[in-house]
Design a protein. Sequence first.
Lengths: 634, 344
Amino acid sequence: MNRTEQFLPGVEKPSHDLKQLEDSWRHPRGILGWFSFTTHTAIGMRYIVTAFIFLLAGGIEALLVRFQLAQPNNTLLGPDGYNKMFTTHGTTMMFLFAVPMMEGMGIYLVPLMLGTRNVAFPRLNAFGYWMYLAGALFLYWGVFTNTAPDAGWFSYPPLAGPAFSPGKRIDFWCQMITWTEVSAMCVAAELIVTIFKMRAPGMSLNRIPLFCWSILVQSFMVIFAMPAVMDASSFLLADRTVGTHFVNPAEGGDPLLYQHVFWFFGHPEVYIIFIPALGFVSHIVSANSRREVFGYPAMVLSMVATGFIGFGLWVHHMFATGLPQIGEAYFTAASMMIAITSGVQIFCWIATLWTGRLRMTTSMHFVFGFIAIFVLGGLTGVILASVPINLQVHDTFFVVAHFHYVLIGGALFPLFGAFYHWFPKMTGRMMEEAVGKLNFWILFVGFNLTFFPMHILGLKGMTRRIYTYSPEMGWGPANLLAAVGACVIAAGGIVFLLNVFHSRKQGKIAGNDPWEADTLEWAAASPPENYNFEYLPVVSSRSPMWVAPADRAVVTGLRDDRREVLVTTLMDARPHHRFVLPGSSIWPLITAIAVTIGFAGSVFNAWYITYGSILTGLALIGWFWPRKPLELEP
Amino acid sequence: MKRRDVWGILFFALLGLNGCAGRQQSAVDPVGTQSAKIASLWWFFVAVLGAIFIAVMIFTLLALVRRHRGIEQEPIEPRHRPSEGTERKLTRIVAGATIGTVLVLFVLLVASISTGKAISEMGGKQNGMTIEVTGNQWWWHVRYANDDPRLILVTANEIHIPVGRPVMIRGMSNDVIHSFWVPNLNGKRDLIPSRITTEWIETDHPGGFRGQCAEFCGLQHAHMALWVVAEPKDKFKEWMERELEPSVPPSDPIKQRGQQVFLSNACAFCHSIRGTTAAGQVAPDLTHFGNRRTIAAGTLPNTKGNLGGWITDPQSVKPGNHMATIALNSTDLEPLLDYLESLK
């Protein structure tokens, strides 16, 4: 297998010790060693695999929900089982699949695209992953011990409050939020710093790959949105466990306060999931149209604008609570405005497709599927922005149809496209294209079969979150169709998994740049070495891999005997100084375990906050204990 | 038949999903003044946005056709660079499409806000009446407000309104958040503890319209329905007068026995029957129970058989609901059912 990178082939470079470079980036051996990895490719892959497992879990829950509703008066799950399943489905998909998956793709791809060797804070990166894993396992511990949350993925008080949800179910949900949001904040911080300060020399702001822009916008949204959901869930948890009065109306608290704070996070959350997908689409389109995406400045500005506007429309989830007219008008206008920024991007991609020389790979199939589904979902979003219509279809299956069109069409289809596009980079082998196209068509048909009828169900008065309905309502046929569609989607998922397992071992060898794409990750070996690039590339264009080799350059002179990277300036990416990244470390895991003891215990006994803090303090002492390794020498 | 009705029928017929005949609970089968306005707005949005969707799809798919032409015409190099002229043309087209989007959205925004304004102004008419609806897990407490305390009426799960008269629903909740929604009449409005929300309904069509709770409210969210029955003015007046009366005293020994069963068991702790000593406040008022269409908040049709099943084992009909299971032998149950069904 070709394991050498090729940004500047055939040019004689100053000699250096490749063996030493390999040694300083080598992963430690053994089980303890495995828990100490800090390279972004390893951590990113762990995020991707873990999040994919939770996609499967969420999918199984969705199937159960669909089977329960497949016919009137069905008793498969019963009310309690149904409430737990739809709550766990929503919670899993939002917090344990979608956000971590996008973060994982960001962690994996961003340093490669920027032409650097790791993320800015490798140990924080590992800590973030362990926190995510702990939160996910905690929730699923609840799921398997009859303590799955049952008040919806939004857990509105007072239903989720102490009076109407006794027991520990909602506490598990609240605390799972805390873990995963700590994790998301870690990722956001390190990716922002990486994108701002660790770009290849010459990669000025106007040359940053569009996916990195999307991750930058997403990370800033995480930093402003995630604290809100942690506030909301902590209000609720404190009301439940220690009897505070934030959102419990029985104690003079305000349930609408919770809704405002929750949706101040909840709406941006959709864009946190969806914006990285826009990045995927741009890269797939550009590589397979063999031209740069049309309108780079417009694309970047639309993403940034989406990031801002995304924070101004949370109230459209709350129109039914009653708002003064002027407030309604403001939030309607803001909600419709988001269609402009999305529209600009769709227009730019279509312009790219029109003037490009298309190669219809599997990933391109997913892009076309994305455009069809996402545009329809976006247009029903415009419908939902209108207050009078919203009051009719809010909390009905019309909304369920809408957001599955936006999230599956807008995020999952691009994500599958991205899997097919970057799988060769991650594993060194191609996926089967013919199976991939079959995979696409199964998913596309299954998706529309499942979710299109839901628009009509909503208009015909079928409310969300009901565990059953009587035959006279006339909702049976469409629900049966949706159950069939859900099975087709599941079949598509199985085809994808088979393709992955087959291609991972038997796929065609990919080489560094199977798609002849334009960004720097295609210069690295497939799969990349731990250090990514033997010589860090220097960039002179937005499409560095399409620059003639004669016009390329690389950085020389970094030390090989430690994990050294180049820090560059924010605007123009001029070399600033060399920076030593920490190596492998077990302390992120130990710290995560200490925090986990505090978080998990506090659900049962408030004293665990104290115990957990002490343990975390001790772990941090270990983390920051002054050492005199190679990495701190001048 | 109005044009939008034709479109609506076509829309559903096309998809083969039209349910059984009669008034279904539906947002696109409006009978109310408010819901009719919303439905017009809906079809306007669907027409405009549907056209946009089709246009975008045509342009996207045309890219595929062009691709084949392109492949025939020129060899494929790793990187394709369209001419400056092409890029300038694209810029103009994309900018034009963006401006078009802004204009269309502005039109939709104006349409939406003016419909919203028209709906909210409908309530301000002179002859309005007020009905307080309080959400409970999982039934609706209904109180007809009146300045004259003798004319205040308390009932449950079934709301009668006069045709042609605007009615304000004042929404409240005793426990968790519920949402009042009768789609054929108007959009939904949340019922929130510690708050009062309002919405107006009005219809010119007599008939019964089903509604149901739209905000997830726990185990039996699925079985929290209600009926709004619109009646001509004189019929409504008659209904109101009858409902204001205390319950009819049981006429025969069997029903007297039934009343005794009701009053001597736990039933009376929770339910009220005016004219008797039963004065519980935490469950539906049963004074004129026999007139209602359904039992258990729209869960079952109000028949003697269903009522028997419901009283004997409420948890199998509506698992998790708050009605106590009371062990009654058949000699008690039969008279109780006769008595309750006689409460007309």
